[in-house]
Design a protein. Structure first.
Length: 120
């Protein structure tokens, strides 16, 4: 499985990358929304894990731009700042949203649910 992780916290990126690669997945870590937008036009990903708080644009903006490109990919949103944004994320066809801090198992389950068609 090809996984794209977009999070400006390097420790989170590398921790998730290491965990997913240990299961045989191919993982790319990027730190800005701009980098992610370029990446999704150059390669097909099976799932995207995107932080909501990025340095150059919000994760909401990133997700809207990915959807505007008509790229059909499950997206898992992660953040410590969700509050009451569940309906907004659902309207953007986000497969799952997970609060930080999280356990690796939470993300693994989110990927399994997102790629099997189960929604939040």
């Amino acid at each position: 499985m090809n996984i794209l992780i977009v999070d400006d916290e390097e420790l989170i990126c590398w921790s998730l990358k290491r965990a997913f690669e240990s299961y045989g997945h191919s993982v790319k870590c990027l730190f800005t929304g701009s980098e992610a937008l370029i990446a999704v036009t150059q390669k097909k990903y099976d799932v995207i894990i995107a932080d909501i708080k990025l340095p150059d644009m919000s994760g909401y903006e990133l997700i809207r731009k990915i959807r505007a490109l008509d790229i059909d990919v499950p997206i898992i949103a992660i953040s410590a700042y969700f509050n009451n944004h569940g309906s907004e994320l659902a309207s953007m066809n986000v497969s799952k949203y997970i609060n930080k801090p999280f356990q690796i198992e939470d993300i693994m389950l989110g990927i399994k649910e997102a790629t099997s068609g189960a929604n939040n």
